[in-house]
Design a binder for this molecule. Sequence first.
Ligand code: CTP
Length: 402
Amino acid sequence: MQGKRVLLIVSGGIAAIKIPEVIRSIRKLGGSVRCVLTKGGEQFVTPLSLAALSEDKVYTDLFSLTDESEMGHIKLSRDADVLMVAPASADILAKLAAGLANDLASTVLLATDKPVICVPSMNVRMWEHMATQANVQTLEARGVTFIGPVEGDMACGEYGMGRMVEPAEIIQGLKAFFYDTPRPLCGRHAIVTSGPTFEPIDPVRYIANRSSGKQGHAIAAALSDLGCRTTLITGPTNLADPVGCDVIQIETAHEMLAATEAALPADIAVFAAAVADWRTSGEAQEKIKKQPGATPPSLNMVENPDILKTVSASGNSRPTLIVGFAAETNDVLTNASEKRARKECDWIVANDVSPETGTFSGDNNTVHLITDGAVEDWPRMTKTDVAKQLAGRIAHYFEAAE
Ligand code: CTP
C-alpha cells in the first residue's frame, strides 16, 4: 500500500477498539492514515491514541477554527486516495444515504470526490432492519464499497450478522480495492448455493451428507472478488462467511429453494450445494423412541425439489448463466453431460467424489468443465483455484457477450 493515503472515519461502536491495529497495518504496508473521529467514536478510542498511531492530527470538530485555518473540511475530504468508515455505525450509514452533513464525519463524506469504503459494525437487529438494508442498497448503488459485516458473537451478548470483520480482512479488502482494480463483474448479481442440506427425521435426528461447502464458499468469494454482488445460500457448514457476500443460512432443500427464488433476479447462478435428494415424508414432531422388542422404524422417503432444474426452467427470471455441479463416483463425464441436458443448465462442473479422491472434505478438486459442446479437463488444483478459474471464465463469458 506504498504511498496510499487513507482518510479513516471512526464512528461509534465497540469495534472501534480494533482500529488501532488497522492503522498500524496500513502504515506497516507503506500507506498513511489520517483520522476523523466522531463523538460516538470518542467513547471507544481516544484522539490521542489515534494521533500517536497515525502520527498525524486527529480531526473531530466541524467548527474548529484552528482546524479550518490549517485544513478545511473540503480539503480534508479530498486529500486522500480513499475514505474508509470503520467501524461504520447504522447512524453514519443512514446519514451518508440521506446526505446529511451535521458533523465533521458526515460533512467530509458528503463533500468528497474520492471513493468511499464502509466497514459496518452494529447489532444484528440494527443491521437487519429494513431501514439499514435500504441504506446499504442505496449506498451500493452509488458505488460505495462494503467490507463485511460478518456473522458472530456481539459485544451486546447477541449473535448474528453485523459484526465488523477482523482487521486482517479490512486490510485484505483495502488491498483488493487498490490493486485488484479490474472488477469485470461489477454491476452483476450472482447466486451461489453451497454445503449440504439437513433433512429432519424428528426433532433430534436428520439426514445429511458429507459436503463441506468449501467449493461453493470459494466460488462465492471469487465472484465477489471480481466485483459481483454475490448472494451465498448455504446449508450448515463450519466455514466462515466469505467477506463481501450476502450470506443466507438454510437447513433443508425446501428452504434452499425458497431462499434461491427470493434472491432472484440474478445474472449468474452457481449450484454447488449437495442438496439431499430425499426427505422423510413427514417429520415426527416428537423424538421417535425405541420400543423394546419392536423392529426399527422404517423411513418413508419423498423426493426433494430440484433447485437447479426449477431455476433453469424459471422463464423470465432465469439467470443468464446457470452453472450446475455433477458429483459422480463413476462414468463422470457421461453422467455429467446427461445431467447438464436433463437439468437444462448452461455449464456443468463435473467432479469425481469417490471416497479415494478425498474431494468431499478435502481442499483439492479435479474437475471437468462441460459447456456447450466442449469438455475441458482441468488439472487437480485447490478448491480456491478452481473457484478463481471458474469465476474468471464466467467474467469472460459476459465480456464476450457484450
Ligand atoms: N441439485 C439441486 N437440487 C437438488 C439436487 C441437486 O439444485 N434437489 C443440483 C446440485 O446443486 C448440482 C446438480 O443439481 O448443481 C447436480 O447434483 P447431483 O447431486 O450431482 O445430482 P442429482 O440431481 O442429485 O442426481 P444423482 O444424485 O442421481 O446423481
